[in-house]
Design a protein around this ligand. Sequence first.
Ligand code: ADP
Ligand SMILES: N[C@@H](CCOP(=O)(O)O)C(=O)O
Length: 323
Amino acid sequence: MAVYTKLSDREVASFLQQYDLGPARDREPLSGGVTNSNWRIDFTGDPAAAVLTVIEPETGAAELDFVFGFQHHMAAHGIPLAAPIAQKSGAFYGQLAGKPAVLAGFLSGDWPREPNVAQAAAVGTLLGRMHLAASDFALRRTNPMGLPDMAAMVRALDPLTIETAVPNLAADLAGAFRETLDHWPQGLPAGAVHADLFPDNVLFDGDRISGAIDFYYACTAPFAADFAMAHAAWCFSAGESVFLADRSHALLQAYEAVRPLSPTERDALPLLARAACLRILATRLRDWIAPVEGASVTAKHPGEFAARLRFYSTDDGARAFAP
Ligand SMILES: Nc1ncnc2c1ncn2[C@@H]1O[C@H](COP(=O)(O)OP(=O)(O)O)[C@@H](O)[C@H]1O
Ligand SMILES: N[C@@H](CCOP(=O)(O)O)C(=O)O
């Protein structure tokens, strides 16, 4: 579970008074996730349940306007997601314990621990539709997890602790960051993207998506980089990180049925996938090596993404994106 901020019942009750929802019947911390603090709140009326999120990384008002504006824009285009519930004032967030706090609809279903091919295809379609829908969303946000910042995050870690967390990784990391930064493709089609569409951020009822969650890393970035992040997240077995060609094929085909990739985007995908692995490696290494004291959180192991980074440097990795 991830809970960094401890809340009293009194604080939550007073926060909920800003909504037209009546009092809470129950509050349970939600397991999963490593970034924010989340609780399920049960009500006696309608809706029966909602998710309360306290946003933990420092996020300015303009960035929050981007995140909630993006979610509403996507919902208006028929993208299934957990929409933020408006307060009586019309605002989409308030403050709890001095941090931005949001109430969102509770989605049915669960996230897939080992996605099947139909679920990978459903995510490909979802991502293609999100990228098309982004074309008329005007707000912009700089990527809060940009590669130069991720490189600095890793540089701040002791190489010996990296070696203990993931053997044989530390020596490759600096070169991998340099290579992706030096060859970062310019001029790719870009717009507002989710940027963190992992299996644990998409809830399913069977093979049908009930909704996407966790839009807090959404930003303006190349669509191909967002596709590459989803590829790195969905196309490997959990734990062992063995590449799964059938999932990859399903994701790519379904995406391209909605939004075909240009040859330039396709050529960039191996490098963008390595960059995606480096972004995930950076925060997972930081959270593994220096966990936040007093927090209830199950850190995600960085080793999975070291394996995926290596895969995208091989010929098989390049072939994964062939038409
Ligand atoms: N709107 C929602 N409906 C149902 N479950 C949710 C919802 N939002 C979050 N969850 C559950 O809480 C977990 C953690 O939420 P998440 O947004 O991924 O946290 P974090 O921001 O820390 O990544 C998810 O894996 C999911 O199981
Ligand atoms: N999805 C990434 C980074 C953030 O994790 P999240 O639990 O906040 O989505 C990862 O898996 O490391």
